[in-house]
Design a protein around this ligand. Structure first.
Ligand code: NAD
Length: 356
């Protein structure tokens, strides 16, 4: 099992080092190979996604990614900015399914802005289609308005579209993920207003025939946004399009209090994936040894579960994270009175120790 390790910029190298430590004590034979990406890629090879880095990512069974971006690269032309690396990897690897679990460990119930009884024990998974929808649909642009009350004025326009195959493949990912959990799937759409999402609903309903063990419900996106803050624990897996997923997954991430706890996976058609924390490179705290490495360690657990077929090892890592939280260890972002503040390295070492 070959894993490409792409630490990137800012806190990326610090947090990825902790996840690598964890992978190395599992007793598995992983072949880990690192390469520069983002600002580090530009500094080493003049491009945020150097050819050798892309080749490594393509050849590997999975990619563990830190984060990219740093102030010193903000004035580069857009194509050379560090953030282009992650967009390039998604496109080149065909990563169309974005999985973002939002888990609030009971030990961190006070970290959320919602009441503890509403969110304590929250464990939901949002699956966002990542390469289609209005974000990519053509035509788009600014033109002369062809009709209506504003005819002749300039207007901006985009195109929302989803091909049947695009909907089917994300629906399969969602049903299969639900099968591994509580077997409940909520498909979020706007079928009452949008043709694209009536079509989405019809196709998801059709794919459901292949997964009779999963309970499927359809929900309009406005209602889903409301339910996510009213009673988030009633969801298990949610699947939705690119734009709705963009908004809902960020909303859900804040239910859990700190972005430093949230892993993510982006998968292709064969469950090969890129795994990264949901946060960025946090240049404001880079090099200080205080970043929370748990989102990256939990991303490594997702990698074991979804791409490397090592669900038991994933369970072990997640249990070890629970153990260190129960021991009261906290990085600054999740610290509260009565707990013990630790740095990035100490947190990583504690997870390794908890693994036994
Ligand atoms: P950010 O997520 O890097 O940071 C937001 C805030 O959260 C900061 O205060 C930061 O210190 C804190 N934070 C983030 N991760 C943390 C962690 N693990 N532990 C403790 N605190 C943490 O977002 P930003 O400040 O908007 O962006 C910084 C850079 O990251 C930019 O260059 C941006 O383009 C890039 N970025 C990259 C990715 C990616 O690589 N996928 C995603 C988002 C942003």
């Amino acid at each position: 099992m070959k894993i490409a390790i792409l630490p990137g910029d800012g806190i990326g190298p610090e947090i990825v080092a902790q996840a690598v430590k964890v992978l190395n004590v599992l007793g598995e034979k992983f072949e880990l190979e690192s390469a520069p990406v983002g600002g580090a890629g530009y500094a080493a090879h003049g491009h945020p996604l150097p050819e050798a880095t892309l080749a490594l990512a393509k050849a590997a069974d999975a990619v563990l990614f830190g984060a990219v971006g740093d102030y010193q690269y903000d004035n580069l032309e857009r194509a050379l900015r560090p953030e282009q690396a992650i967009l390039g990897l998604r496109k080149q690897l065909g990563l169309f399914a974005n999985l973002r679990p939002a888990i609030l460990y009971p030990q961190l119930a006070n970290a959320s802005t919602l009441k503890p009884e509403v969110v304590s024990g929250l464990d939901i998974l949002i699956i966002r289609e990542l390469t289609g929808d209005i974000y990519f649909g053509q035509p788009r642009g600014v033109r002369e308005c062809p009709d209506g009350a504003f005819k002749g004025q300039r207007e901006g326009f985009d195109t929302m579209r989803y091909a049947e195959g695009e909907i089917r493949r994300i629906a399969h990912v969602a049903f299969q993920a639900a099968q591994k959990r509580d077997k409940r799937l909520t498909s979020v759409d706007k079928a009452n207003v949008l043709e694209t999402f009536q079509f989405w609903r019809d196709i998801v309903t059709d794919v459901h025939k292949e997964y009779p063990d999963v309970a499927l419900e359809h929900m309009y996106v406005d209602n889903a946004a409301m339910q996510l803050v009213r009673a988030p624990k009633k969801f298990d897996v949610l699947v939705t399009g690119n734009m709705f997923g963009d908004i809902l997954s960020d909303q859900a991430s804040m239910l859990t209090g700190s972005i430093g706890m949230l892993p993510s996976a982006s998968l292709d058609a064969n469950n090969k994936g890129l795994y990264e924390p949901s946060h960025g490179s946090a240049p404001d705290i880079a090099g200080k040894g205080i970043a929370n490495p748990l989102a990256t360690i939990l991303s490594a657990a997702m990698m074991l579960r979804f791409s490397l077929n090592k669900a038991e090892q994933a369970d072990r890592i997640e249990a070890a994270v629970q153990t260190v939280l129960s021991q009261g260890l906290r990085t600054g972002d999740i610290y509260e009175a009565g707990t013990t503040k630790v740095g990035t390295e100490e947190m990583g070492n504690a997870v390794v120790k908890a693994l036994g």
